[in-house]
Design a protein around this ligand. Sequence first.
Ligand code: NAP
Length: 246
Amino acid sequence: MTFNQRTALVTGAGRGIGKAIAEVLARQGVTVICVSKSESSCGAVAQAILAAGGKAKAVAVDVADGAAVTKASQDLLTEFGKIDILVNNAGITRDGLLARMSEDDWNTVIQTNLTSCFHWTKAIGWPMCRARYGRIVNVASVVGLVGNAGQANYAAAKGGMVAFTKSIAKEFARRNVTANVVAPGFIKTDMTATLGEEVQKAAQGMIPMQRFGEAADIAHMVAFLCSEEASYITGQVFTVDGGMAM
Ligand code: NAP
């Protein structure tokens, strides 16, 4: 994959899938701005990249806070001059059947998983358009494509990310900025570690490959979509799920 010394911003880079994305991009010579909620997690990832000879910076930002995202984007654009790659990966779950789902559970998930994409893309996507180069990858979920009982808030946010991505792909295409979605199935991270043993067993039964994926499985697909070689791919959704949603 070719990257030509690009600069990337990856949200949720402190753990799990985002950490793997940051590491894979850094290994390709990309300067990676690692964003997470807590300073300690993105800081540790950036430190590890630097220790391995890569280029990285850690920034703690609550992606659910639109004003904080806008301010951080402006500061980073001033510091780096440009951001060529944006990966909206930060996400949370607040699961529960609809009858028991609070408005707070709904709003928090929509704000963190979906509205954050609006703020980051607005702040960083337009400078990409002006520079006539950009790659945006949004990490959604197969749940956003097929739905899931107990995850109405999460599914709505992830489905919203798909529609949002296709819309901005159409807006930005003329300016050589691509936007795509990667939709993971069950991946081994802290997010799925909280699922009970029974739920994990049942989930495995729905996966033709009969196992959960690794964070690196998602990272490699994201990295490809961020590379020069993916220049003619936009507005697409790529499921990486061991065949679960086919
Ligand atoms: P994870 O292990 O729980 O890590 C989530 C990351 O997002 C952490 O670095 C966390 O920051 C960050 N984050 C959460 N809320 C944030 C906020 N308000 N502001 C800034 N950063 C925030 O999750 P994961 O499993 O890697 O999931 C990554 C993405 O893939 C999510 O969007 C998730 O919905 C999606 N996904 C995951 C799976 C799966 O099976 N794991 C399946 C489908 C889709 P801290 O480190 O500071 O806490």
